[in-house]
Design a protein around this ligand. Sequence first.
Ligand SMILES: [Zn+2]
Ligand SMILES: [Zn+2]
Length: 427
Amino acid sequence: MTNPEKMNISIKPPRGTRDVLPAESEQWQKLEELARKTLKSAGYKEIRLPIFEQTELFCRTAGEGSDVVNKEMYTFADKADRSLTLRPEGTAQAARAYLNSSMDRLRPPTKLFYMGQYFRNEAVQTGRYRQFNQLGLEAFGSASPLLDAETIAIACDFLKKAGVAEFEVQINSLGCSTCRPAYREALKEKLRDRLSTLCKDCCDRYERNPLRMLDCKVEADQEQFIDVPGPLDYLCADCESQWEALTLALGQLRVPFAVNRRLVRGLDYYTRTVFEIVSQDSRLGAQSTIAAGGRYDNLIESLGGPPTPAVGWAVGLERLLLLLETPPTTNVDVFVVSTDVDVALQVATSLRQAGISADLDFPVTGTKSRSFTKQLQEANKLGCRWAVIIGENELAKNEVALKDMRIKGLQISVPIADLPKKLRELT
Ligand SMILES: [Zn+2]
Ligand SMILES: [Zn+2]
């Protein structure tokens, strides 16, 4: 038989995925806790949705011409030959759930948030994985630009509380179905003569979705776009007044922002407001976006629902964590030290039941414990505040010795029954 240990060594996690180990998982828990607290405090409620969906959901919403749909989805057929896709993003899914559960009958806006794993088969870069975690929020049912301002303010609040020192909010408006056609034509007109110098992706997008050209990652192409008009130059009266209200509201909420006239988003469903929160922090490498979102007033209709304006954003948590300091991990408060494992386990269990975190030393083989000294060294290494020492003499008197690991030589006798009470008094 093959030695299983030897066999496993060559198996690594798939490219673009990673293991979150104990040294890091605590930071994840804190960030997730902060996310829930921040979003709930603004009236958002959590939804938990499937990891895979019918492929059609993403084709219909993200747009057949988008990179996500064309190049990046993990799509597979199940046993009944249905086409399924590991979710590449959260908005389409939230919109589907909103419609399926008739939340459109509730008084708008319906405010939802989610956290979880998403999947895109794209180039692996600093903080960018093929299985990645996102926090996202969506507000359905209101066209008010004040709701856009609120979602942006919430994103900034979350990033600040998480500890991101510096970031910039960039906003733009993509217009609506009334004003965008004129802009598309103006953009195409301006770029017609430059097509031969632009990359293949740009040429592909020229007919299908010229706005997406502005999102091209090729630097030489970006230089060609410096003098092109932006959608802001072509807004209709409605879009214009929405835009003014948004910028006014952001000012009132004291959210500093910069207008980025060439900001577009990679998915086709966006209308009017789009925004990104970017950081110049070198730890993010070439990619500087931490959060991104916008308004998508036609998405629900494209899924067969009633006209429903909506706005949302998502934050990539792996990238966000790159910007945060790693706090030291915390351990149990009490280490129970005894040469009798049975007794140590009983005492640790009763402490846990009383709400006090406790651990003990388990023999690696057999039932014989290590020495008191070794166990105390372990307690020290783990950074436990207290050691509860149970020797034979103490046990005979139904007592334990309680040792403060931070103060050398400080040790008191406590009746076993009073231990939880005493520990609570002292901490
Ligand atoms: Zn418009
Ligand atoms: Zn290009």
